[in-house]
Write a protein that binds this ligand. Structure first.
Ligand SMILES: [Zn+2]
Length: 313
């Protein structure tokens, strides 16, 4: 069986054909349109194209950023301006297309793909934490996404870890996202630069405000001590959240996904170090292995398609 997978983010929308073994047979991307009507048109075009080219397409999965309910309503999608709050994505797409439709949160889709076909394949208790511009994630229990009462579980980015801490994109202060996302890495680096403690980073830009996480990674790869120290501070923030999440979920494996995957061992090594140092029970208990995601940015499309197929059986 095959499904159409669609992954909608703030800047791009990806369309693909996903086989039930997780293989992505085709994929293309477009800029995220400004209105829901335009998006419906693009989805309709993808449906016509893919069902014309591939046999056995039996479902369509659509993953979107934001608070997406189990029955397909978009309640809060600040990064996707095209949605009106409370818009029924499921009803609209069901009216347009003659196919089984599944609507879900984009992080749930990505985490599901990683737990079935990526670096946590075969594991039953999987914590996926996506570190990118923000922080998303999901918990996978026995192959199912843990959804909560309304479908909104797994918003790990917005649990408060430092009351009165740095401002978060959600408007509150001290959320995990404000301390441990890719944006937070850039903020920490800029604070170092403002204290004249990051000469090599400053040399890479015209202005301190331009320093971001990529500069830190590139500089650290070249052995810059300041950049390595910034990553160490940042890794402790990441680990603090993973320690707390481990106390709640006791995962078998923790998968780091999102844009910061490209930092590889530069990030993974100090995160593992602080995770083991700070975990309750420390060395006296078994702890989850922390690994980087394998599927990269295709995980959203693969997961959306795979989730839609899983609903059929
Ligand atoms: Zn927040």
């Amino acid at each position: 069986m095959r499904a159409i997978g669609i992954d909608l983010g703030g800047t791009k929308i990806s369309f693909g054909v996903v086989q039930d073994d997780g293989t992505l047979l085709a994929e293309y991307r477009l800029p995220t349109p400004d209105t829901w009507d335009e998006m419906r048109t693009l989805i309709g075009q993808a449906y016509e194209k893919f069902t014309g080219e591939y046999e056995d397409i039996v479902a369509l999965g659509f993953g979107a950023a934001g608070l997406i309910s189990l029955d397909g309503y978009a309640f809060y999608s600040p990064n996707v301006c095209a949605f009106d709050e409370g818009a029924s994505l499921y009803d609209d797409l069901s009216a347009d297309l003659d196919i089984e439709i599944t609507i879900d949160n984009d992080n749930n889709c990505s985490a599901y793909a990683e737990s079935r076909f990526g670096s946590a394949a075969g594991k039953n208790n999987v914590l996926v934490v996506g570190l990118g511009t923000g922080i998303g994630g999901a918990y996978i229990l026995n192959g199912e996404v843990l959804r909560g009462a309304h479908g909104f579980a797994g918003e790990f980015g917005h649990f408060v870890v430092q009351r009165g801490g740095p401002k978060c994109a959600c408007g509150k202060n001290g959320c995990y996202e404000a301390l441990a996302s890719g944006s937070a890495l850039g903020r920490i680096a800029r604070e170092y630069a403002e204290q004249a403690r990051a000469a090599n980073l400053l040399a890479m830009v015209d202005d301190i405000s331009q320093i971001n996480g990529t500069h830190v990674r590139v500089s650290a790869e070249n052995g810059d001590e300041d950049a390595l120290e910034i990553i160490d501070v940042f890794a402790k923030n990441v680990a603090d959240g993973l320690v707390s999440l481990t106390n709640i979920f006791d995962p078998e494996v923790i998968v780091i996904s999102g844009g910061l995957v490209e930092m590889s061992d530069l990030l993974l090594d100090p995160v593992r170090k602080y995770f083991h140092l700070e975990s309750e029970g420390g060395s006296n208990r078994p702890l989850a292995n922390i690994v980087m995601a394998k599927l990269g940015e295709k995980s959203g499309v693969i997961g959306a398609g795979a989730l839609s197929l899983s609903r059929l059986v």
